[in-house]
Structure formats: structure tokens, C-alpha cells
Ligand binder design. Sequence first.
Ligand SMILES: Nc1nc2c(ncn2[C@@H]2O[C@H](COP(=O)(O)OP(=O)(O)OP(=O)(O)O)[C@@H](O)[C@H]2O)c(=O)[nH]1
Ligand SMILES: [Mg+2]
Length: 228
Amino acid sequence: MNKFEENINAAWKKYQSEKKDELYPNIMLLGISGAGKSSLINSVFKRNLADVSNVKPETQGFDNIYYGQKYGLSVNLIDTAGYEMNQGDTYGNTVNETLKNGVRNEKIHIIWYCISIANERIEDMDIKILKDISNNAQIRNRVCVVFTKCDLDSENGEKATILQKIIQDKVRYDLPCFETCNDSSLELDIQKLIKWSAYQIDDKDLREKFIASQMHDLEAKNDRQMKQ
Ligand SMILES: Nc1nc2c(ncn2[C@@H]2O[C@H](COP(=O)(O)OP(=O)(O)OP(=O)(O)O)[C@@H](O)[C@H]2O)c(=O)[nH]1
Ligand SMILES: [Mg+2]
């Protein structure tokens, strides 16, 4: 082990003992335009942060981050532009690129793949993207399906059950599914979803984040020295 690695390891041990569990998962929301991704972000944070529309594609880009620390919540949510029909491969390519490069220097830890139960069907694109990300070793065990608009389901959640069965048959049997809606009087699975997400973060993530911040500090220090 060289001096640099020794220093990093010593600093990592110190960091672990002081700041354990401080890493909030970065969660990217995906799904068709109008699925209710931005509405779900507002429901999780209990505030109107993200713009919502019932008439047109609303969210632009893939880099709208809402940091939980600002709002007393232990998750960071990344809102994205939903796909539109006939978009071809561009959506899948953007998803893959974002998973590879992260967003604003943040790694993506988790995906909430949103599917509205109001549509009563699952689009081919949903199946394709879910399959793709289920084959991506970096993220495969950290993907879940979030059924949105479940206030429009029957009391025993029949529509969600039918859609879940399709996902199990066509994508993967063990993909976790959660039910949500934007009506705060119906709690459904939002708290469960947050807990599940926090539970996915492990020591490897903490170490990765720590090394990245050390490298960032080092680069800043080198920059300062170059300027002197
Ligand atoms: N009934 C009901 N309507 C909802 C719910 N969530 C969202 N909506 C409605 O669905 C429409 C689309 O919601 P958005 O949150 O803008 O959808 P989005 O997935 O962010 O769409 P893009 O930004 O275009 O990708 C809006 O009219 C919302 O009011 C819900 O839980 N129940
Ligand atoms: Mg949106």
C-alpha cells in the first residue's frame, strides 16, 4: 500500500466512526410522460417543488435534483423528462448514459420506475427499459416499480395487482412494487418506499462517496497550488 492509499484508508476509518449512515440515496424517477413522477416527488417531500401538468410533457432534462437534506428527508430525488410515444431509442440511450455518468457529480443509487395504474396497461417501452436496467449490474438490485395514481384503483388494489403480474411475467419475478398516489389522506406505500430505498445503501456506497469527495478536495488543493 502506498502512502496515498494509507492516508485515504486512515481518513476513511475516521470518517466511518464519525459520520456513519450520512449518505442519502440518489434516486432517479423514470417512466412515461404523465405517469406522475413530479407529483410523486411533491408527495414525498409534502411540498410543491416540481412542476406538474395534465396537458403537456412538463419536466425537461434528466438533472433536476431535490436534496432531502434541505427538507428533512433522507433521500435525494432526481426528476426526469418522461418518454413520449414513438420516441425510438433516444429514451433508453439517455437512461443508460445517465446511469453511466451520474447527475451533477452524483452517482445514481436507485431507480423508482413509475407506472400509472390509470392507464390499465404497461407499454412496450416500460418492459424494454425495465429489462435493460435489470440487466445492468450496477443497478439491477436497486430498481423498483412504483405504481402511481393508486387513488384511482379499487379498494383492494385490483389494477395494481394485474399490472404487477404482467411485470413479474415479462420482466422479473422479484422486482419490488409499491403503490402510491398524490392524495395525502391515503398513505399507501410512500413511507415503505423511502425505507426500502434507505436500506439499499451499503458501506461500498459510503466509501465510494468518501473517495470521490477526497479526490475532489485534492483536485481543489492542486488547483489552488497551481494558481499560487
Ligand atoms: N388522480 C391522480 N392524478 C395524479 C396523481 N399523480 C399525478 N397525477 C396527475 O397526472 C398528471 C401528470 O403528472 P406529472 O407529475 O406532471 O407527470 P410526470 O410523470 O412528471 O410527467 P412529465 O414531467 O411530462 O414526464 C397531472 O395532471 C397530475 O395531477 C395521482 O396520484 N392521482
Ligand atoms: Mg414531470
